[in-house]
Design a protein. Structure first.
Length: 477
């Protein structure tokens, strides 16, 4: 890919102002697959200037023009779907099956959902004697992660375009090539110059410059809570809007009337999907204390059926985690679980048998965990399950809420009304009942230190809109 050491600014692939590059590592082999340029403040200044200039005209386009542009993007994206999947698999380790069936299609899905929302959305209304207008928020800065990379890019870019915003994207430098491919897709689709701009680099330089830039009107960040705090601090002096989708430590309540075999097995496989690298993963499984051993046996059996290996190999269920940094962090947390007295049912430290290279983690299950243990409170971001016992429904709710996070929650029960009543008491942005999948039409985001704002569907579009009241005027008067 000829553009891997260039940036996309004002509709052109340009050379960076810096000469610094870093290696992009294939986590399955621990070997470099290429390099990516690391930008500086001057690159962000150029990109923001291009976005600011483009905003004057793009913000005035009609809804119909933006629908046509989004449809053109979808068409070009679909043409290169296979390339997107292969790129994501190589740079962040997702098995090819997952990349083809979930990672790459998620990007197209957000664009198609946004098109549907935009067609039905009313940007103007009358209230009393005033005319209310929803209009583009302005120049947006995006910082996106490596775990579901194209998903997180698309769920920001699609609604921003739909709203009439212009933007600058800084993707993760750990897995940057899918974003470069995405920029090529938008260029081929005819996105006007300056509407979408891409600058690669790290958080402390490029991310901080983008977040603090006085000509950026809004920041949308997905990543760790620690990094999200820095984005908010950098954005504060210019009082720009900040939307954040941050960490999670989601509780998964298995009620006593659930089918343990079905629910626990399903949710173990759900947890380890994408090697456990999902912010909304059901990492804390809450089970009746009196049935802990029974539940742990089911979870152990399920975890031991998970095939870990080469992302390109047939039958691989999970590949490596994304980097050595993540591998070492997860290993340390597994050891903390052992040291603090949780019962290790299966897995543990070290690579799975037969894998001598690559950042592979054993699917690991801890039972008899208490909610004050490190592994119950810290986001592990790997294929590691912690099983916690509860006394009754109220105790389960208390434990579920006993965390600084509030992104997702899961409840299994034969009585959906009972599950819904419990869901209302859990302080979290999303609740999945009986394994219900994510819904791109529904709002996605969290409470507490899992962030603020919402993405996906109509709620995602509205994050990129400002509200203006024109008083004393109504077109009906």
């Amino acid at each position: 890919m000829s553009n891997r050491t260039k940036f996309y600014i004002n509709g052109e692939w340009v050379e960076p102002t810096t000469s610094e590059t870093i290696d992009v590592i294939n986590p399955a082999t621990e070997q470099p697959i290429g390099q990516v340029a690391m930008g500086g403040a001057a690159d962000i200044d150029k990109a923001v200037a291009a976005a600011k200039a483009a905003f004057e005209t793009f913000s005035q386009t009609t809804k119909e023009e933006r629908i046509a542009l989004l449809e053109a993007i979808v068409a070009k994206y679909v043409e290169r779907m296979g390339d997107v999947a292969a790129t994501i698999s190589e740079e962040m380790g997702a098995p090819l099956g997952l990349a083809n069936k979930a990672q790459a299609p998620a990007g197209a899905g957000h664009f198609m959902t946004t098109i549907k929302v935009l067609k039905e959305y009313e940007f103007e209304e009358d209230i009393g004697t005033s005319h209310i207008i929803k209009e583009a928020a302005g120049v947006c800065g995006f910082i996106t992660p490596w775990n579901w990379p194209i998903n997180q890019i698309a769920c920001k870019v699609a609604p921003a375009i739909a709203a009439g915003c212009t933007m600058v994207l800084k993707p993760s430098e750990v897995a940057p090539y899918n974003a470069i491919l995405f920029a090529e897709i938008l260029d081929a689709a005819g996105v006007p110059a300056g509407v979408f701009n891409l600058v690669n680099g790290d958080g402390p330089v490029v991310g901080a410059t983008l977040s603090a830039h006085p000509d950026v009107d809004m920041m949308s960040f997905t990543g760790s809570t620690r990094a999200g705090v820095e984005v908010a601090k950098n954005a504060a002096p210019t009082v720009k809007r900040v939307a954040q989708e941050l960490g999670g430590k989601s509780a998964n309540i298995i009620l006593d009337d659930a089918d343990f075999g079905k629910a626990i097995s399903r949710d173990v496989f759900g947890l380890v999907n994408n090697s456990g690298q999902s912010c909304n993963a059901p990492t804390r499984m809450l089970v009746p204390m009196s049935r802990m051993d029974e539940a742990a046996a089911v979870a152990k059996t399920a975890a031991e059926q998970v095939k870990v290996g080469d992302p390109n190999a047939e039958g691989t269920m999970i590949g490596p985690v994304v980097s050595e940094v993540q591998y070492n962090k997860i290993q340390a947390l597994i050891q903390a679980g052992i040291d603090e007295g949780a019962r290790l049912e299966t897995g543990g430290t070290g690579r799975p048998d037969g894998l001598n290279a690559g950042f592979y983690i054993k699917p690991t299950v801890f039972s008899h965990v208490t909610n004050d243990m490190t592994i119950a409170q810290e986001e592990i971001f790997g294929p590691v399950l912690t099983m916690i016992g509860y006394k009754d429904d109220e105790d389960a709710i208390r434990i579920a809420n006993d965390t600084v996070y509030g992104l997702s929650g899961y409840i299994s029960s034969e009585n959906t009304d009972r599950a819904k009543n419990i869901a209302r008491k859990i302080r979290t942005g999303n609740i999945h009942i009986n394994g219900a999948p994510a819904d791109q039409n529904a709002p996605f985001g969290g409470y507490k230190q899992s962030g603020n704002g919402r993405e996906w569907g109509r709620y995602g579009l509205e994050e990129f809109l400002e509200t203006k009241a024109i008083m004393g005027y109504s077109p009906k008067s």
